[in-house]
Design a protein around this ligand. Structure first.
Ligand SMILES: Nc1ncnc2c1ncn2[C@@H]1O[C@H](COP(=O)(O)OP(=O)(O)OP(=O)(O)O)[C@@H](O)[C@H]1O
Length: 566
């Protein structure tokens, strides 16, 4: 356990970087807390021996009691300060880790993201809070207790070494109990975390789809899915509690037995005059600290185990390679060619493999406009996702300016490409934020000119606060066509080298659609344009590339391109 804790603390070091001095000072203060309270049982024993001797004086009593009170007050102040700053450092560190985990999740390959529910991912990210728990008052108390315990053992030996041997003989039993239970606790805690993350996944999906669930009358189906997952969580929690309680009760029993045995031997020694009453009081004072702290170490296992399991899981999560792993090359020039050579792709989920694209060849050059069509499910969206490097091709190559996409830094590639997905995702913020993130004055002028040129002012003035209208979560306060137009304007103003539009006009009325077509024809906002559409009104814009089964030539070697000369 200590080894694991040390290794986890080493892992967390970078996240504690900014708070290192604070932590050292706080731990120093807390170590002082331990040391300052240490003489109290000794002083108490001395007072008792003094009072029970003929030389006993009230002056000695007052003096020693004042010392004890001062020690308690200093301990109180140091403890408050130390704990406050440790908790502060822990909270800061867990926040830094949370941000890193969110960033890492965004950078994960889509194949990883597809495999997990969003709620599951959220649960995993929330495990970053485990650092905060590591620096919580309960853990800190236990750590101070460990120091207390060690010093108390030394003082026990100094007071009466023979009596101490009896106490020390019991400690191996604690070790056996601790080791036995801590393995079981690790397993059960892991199961609790995993099943809770899965449950959160199902809950998240349910909450996300409330509208659909209502309309389809699917409430019962979803509730029973949650019930199954909850059942798994409950089973795991019960098992975890069985282990925790077993551990606590066993260590508590050992503590009580130790106290009784010490009382027996001390009594005999007091009767034999080899131990004074004061020494007995001091001894039991330190014994209480030792046993209390052995108990604390036992509790430490219970408290720290879930935290260690969480940190292990955070490490596992962060060890997953992100999509940029091993990619070093950047495009030194604007994209002028995209050569898609014999690519194939199949989605794999579990043992199921769904082949979507098979030996596809396409070459795109500056000035090309390609209209992708084909039956539903024929792989059009998958094709553009491969172009964006969201999924790696299974076979074949995609070359940008002759450079293989598998070596290219994806962030560099995507900086050069604008993509509007079928789902038209809008960010939280205003309409303007969505059209022009970080709008510069000259971009605003460009936007206004565009709105005027294509008679789109009525489109904007339809919103309560025009461009400053706040967009609700997921664009809930906008219609499908409005969302598409906002996303399209964003693309026109982004002025990227390659633009990919997936069903850009699917929800638009005839007027809006005609504006989009005019902008594609008149505005130079792309070098290469790929449009996925089932709408014949858009076909004439460029070379249609049909991905439908019926249009394959050469046994699937080549995809049919209509109107090649257009
Ligand atoms: N993430 C995924 N995991 C597994 N299968 C997927 C995934 N995304 C798409 N598919 C499957 O791949 C096939 C192609 O899907 P894709 O979205 O590329 O088709 P499309 O041609 O764009 O269809 P549409 O015209 O309906 O938009 C479909 O059979 C779909 O079920």
């Amino acid at each position: 356990m200590m080894k694991k804790m040390f290794s986890n603390l080493m892992y967390l070091r970078p996240y504690l970087e900014g708070s290192r001095l604070l932590l050292v000072l706080s731990f120093g203060a807390l170590a002082m807390v331990s040391l300052i309270a240490m003489p109290i049982p000794l002083i108490t024993g001395k007072i008792i021996d003094n009072l029970s001797s003929p030389q006993g004086t009230t002056h000695f009593l007052y003096q020693q009691v004042i010392i004890i009170i001062c020690l308690h007050v200093i301990r109180y102040v140091l403890s408050l300060i130390g704990k406050y700053y440790i908790v502060k450092a822990g909270t800061r560190a867990s926040n830094v880790l949370r941000m890193k985990m969110i960033g890492h999740t965004v950078d994960m390959p889509m194949e990883f993201i597809d495999k997990h529910d969003k709620g599951y991912l959220m649960s995993r990210i929330s495990e970053s809070g485990s650092i905060g728990s590591l620096f919580s008052p309960s853990v800190i108390n236990i750590l101070i207790g460990v120091l207390d315990g060690v010093i108390s053992v030394i003082l026990l030996v100094r007071i009466h070494w023979k009596l101490s041997l009896i106490v020390l003989a019991i400690i191996p039993l604690y070790v056996v109990v601790t080791v036995w239970y801590s393995r079981r606790m690790s397993d059960s805690t892991r199961k609790v975390s995993e099943s809770s993350a899965e449950m959160a996944g199902v809950m998240f999906e349910t909450l996300n789809g409330i509208e659909e669930i209502k309309v389809q009358g699917a409430k019962q189906r979803y509730i029973s899915r949650i019930y199954t997952k909850t059942d798994q969580v409950i089973t795991a929690i019960l098992k975890q509690n069985r282990n925790i309680n077993g551990y606590m009760e066993s260590s508590s029993l050992l503590s009580s037995l130790s106290g009784a045995i010490v009382l027996l031997f001390s009594g005999i020694m007091i009767l034999g005059k080899t131990l004074t009453l004061g020494e007995y009081v001091s001894f039991t004072g330190y014994l209480a600290k030792v046993l209390g702290n052995v108990q604390a170490v036992a509790t430490f296992g219970v408290t720290i185990n879930p935290i260690m399991v969480s940190i292990d899981r955070v490490r596992e999560y962060m060890d997953n390679k992100d999509e940029e792993f091993g990619r070093r090359m950047v495009l030194s020039e604007p994209i002028h060619s995209v050569n898609i050579h014999n690519i194939s792709y199949a989605y794999i989920s579990g043992i199921e493999k769904r082949s979507v694209l098979d030996q596809l060849n396409v070459n795109l050059f500056t000035g090309d406009i390609v209209i992708l069509n084909g039956a539903n499910g024929s792989g059009k969206t998958t094709f553009v996702k491969l172009l964006l490097g969201l999924y790696p091709v299974n076979k074949g190559t995609i070359l940008y300016n002759g450079m293989d996409i598998s070596c290219l830094k994806l962030s560099d590639l995507r900086r050069r490409v604008s993509y509007i997905s079928q789902k038209t995702y809008l960010f939280q913020g205003t309409i303007l934020d969505n059209i022009l993130p970080n709008a510069q004055p000259e971009q605003l002028v460009h936007l206004r000119a565009l709105l005027e040129k294509y008679q789109l002012q009525p489109f904007i003035s339809d919103f309560p606060n025009e461009l400053d209208t706040e967009i609700a979560h997921g664009g809930a306060n906008l219609s499908g066509g409005q969302r598409q137009m906002i996303a399209f304007l964003r693309t026109v103003l982004a002025n990227k080298e390659m633009v990919i539009l997936d069903e850009p006009t699917a929800n638009m009325d005839a007027i809006m659609k005609s504006r989009v077509i005019q902008m594609i024809e008149n505005e130079a906002f792309y070098k290469i344009l790929v449009v996925i559409s089932h709408d014949p009104d858009l076909f004439y814009l460029g070379k249609p590339l049909n991905l439908g089964e019926s249009s394959r030539e050469d046994g699937g070697q080549q995809f049919y391109m209509k109107n090649e000369d257009r």
